[in-house]
Design a binder for this molecule. Structure first.
Ligand code: FAD
Length: 422
């Protein structure tokens, strides 16, 4: 018997793809401005996590549950949630095709698909995550395991890795390492651990003032930092991690090294999600090709990007999303009125570098250097910055960013500059 699949077409004035930090923020902003039913959000996941909280979950300083909310409770009132995923973009027809087969058309679109964790790019890593000793704060499925591993650690090599691809919150693998150092010290077993931070980068951090502080932290904590090391294989049967050694341009030298681990925390390679990677919106790296100032698609002017999925040079963080949202709110509104974009994204990103169970270096920067909000020296680890990370930032995320009310700290920064200059 033949069956017929009925596929309904829907049209939205603004279609938002992805209901994470950037997608919800963008949808909230425009659902308030446009008539009821104008905004659609495509997002497949029923649970929404506050991912910056994963660092604290992995350190036993917060529960995973405290960082999770139901997506249905977060979708803005005036917007329509399409619980599905985009499989194909056809921008020449202003349309997307969903996994369920439906086609949706739009007048304008915001792409906010984030990045995909690519444990599959490391041989054996996906399977290893389900074996003793292997974990990752990047995944809600393996983040609690990190804390359990730190609490059960008896001795040997504790290895933390950083991949040879773009990654969201590039500080997170280091934070995991430093928190574990504190846990092992509290438990009185630190002397039994050889802690290794193996990174594909040439140094611990890109911004000089934070780099100095982090090098001091790593030295004081006796962490064995290995630069230009890239994890390529995990043999969980023998608890062996294999690294390729990279040259100054981060290209493989052909040499490899092996480390036997008791604990292995994987900082996963990341790529753009497949539907984006294979679409006309992508550049050759697979990320969305946008103008770095206006965040408008280079090829399709009715489409903008927000967040981690873009090829902008900023650090991929929720903090950067706040400034992206401010930029696209203005620029997309201009385009909707037939005008050209007029606001420029300033490159702002932030990474609260948790260096122990109660101290944070509050790094705020763009590619030119620090962009600090407070009048204090933020390159020093402080307790007040920890309190901001633990309490203020989650509140800002749930009540400000994803509701489209938080545009980043630029105004506060300008005020504190006045205080500093007095
Ligand atoms: P996401 O919030 O990841 O959302 C992307 C959404 O797109 C997802 O919901 C996904 O389901 C959806 N999607 C994907 N593919 C499709 C598709 N085909 N169709 C439809 N929808 C799709 N940031 C900070 O600012 N400070 C921190 O301290 C910090 N720490 C972090 C620690 C860890 C361990 C991690 C993992 C992240 C951290 N971040 C931090 C980074 C921050 O969480 C991200 O930068 C931020 O969430 C990016 O927002 P986004 O909207 O681009 O992506």
């Amino acid at each position: 018997m033949r069956t017929t699949t009925v596929v309904y077409a829907q049209h939205f004035k603004l279609l938002v793809v992805g209901g994470g930090a950037g997608g919800l923020g963008a949808a909230s902003k425009f659902a308030r401005k446009l008539p009821l039913g104008s905004v659609g959000i495509v997002e497949p996941r029923g649970d929404h996590y506050y991912q910056p909280g994963f660092t604290l979950v992995g350190g036993g300083l917060m529960t995973l549950e405290a960082n999770r909310k139901r997506q249905q409770d977060l979708i803005p009132k005036n917007a329509t949630w399409i619980k599905d995923k985009v499989e194909m973009f056809t921008p020449t027809r202003n349309s997307v095709k969903l996994k369920g087969g439906e086609e949706i058309t739009y007048d304008y679109m915001v792409i906010a698909m984030g990045v995909r964790l690519r444990f599959d790019m490391i041989k054996g890593a996906k399977e290893a995550l389900d074996t003793p000793g292997v974990c990752s704060n990047y995944s809600p499925f393996y983040v609690e395991k990190h804390y359990r591993e730190a609490m059960n650690f008896k001795g040997g090599n504790a290895v933390y890795t950083f991949p040879n691809t773009p990654i969201k919150c590039a500080g997170a693998p280091q934070k995991a390492c430093y928190i574990t150092d504190s846990i092992l010290r509290k438990r009185g077993v630190r002397d039994k651990a050889h802690m290794i931070y193996a990174t594909s980068l040439k140094r611990l951090f890109g911004i000089e003032s934070y780099l100095k502080s982090l090098e001091k932290v790593a030295r004081e904590k006796d962490i064995d930092v290995r630069t230009r090391w890239n994890l390529i294989e995990v043999d969980s049967g023998n608890k062996m991690a294999t690294f390729e050694l990279l040259d100054d341009e981060a290209k493989p030298t052909g040499k490899t090294e092996k480390i036997e681990y008791s604990l292995l925390h994987i900082g996963p390679p990341c790529s753009a999600p497949e539907a984006l990677r294979t679409s006309p919106f992508a550049d050759k790296t697979g990320f969305m090709d946008v103008d770095a100032a206006s965040l408008q698609s280079k090829n399709f002017p009715n489409v903008f990007g927000v967040g981690d999925c873009m090829n902008t040079p900023n650090a991929k963080t929720a903090a950067a999303v706040s400034s992206h949202l401010k930029t696209i709110e203005r620029n997309l509104s201009q385009v909707m009125q037939g005008k050209t974009p007029c606001m420029e994204y300033d490159g702002y990103a932030s990474c609260p570098l948790v260096v122990s169970t109660n101290r944070v270096i509050l790094a705020e920067f763009n590619s030119k250097g620090p962009m600090e909000t407070t009048p204090f020296d933020q390159s020093k680890p402080t307790y007040w910055a920890y309190l901001m990370k633990r309490y203020l930032m989650p509140a800002l995320y749930w009540n400000g960013l994803i509701k489209g009310f938080w545009n980043g700290p630029a105004t506060i920064r300008n005020c504190s500059r006045l205080v500093k200059s007095k």
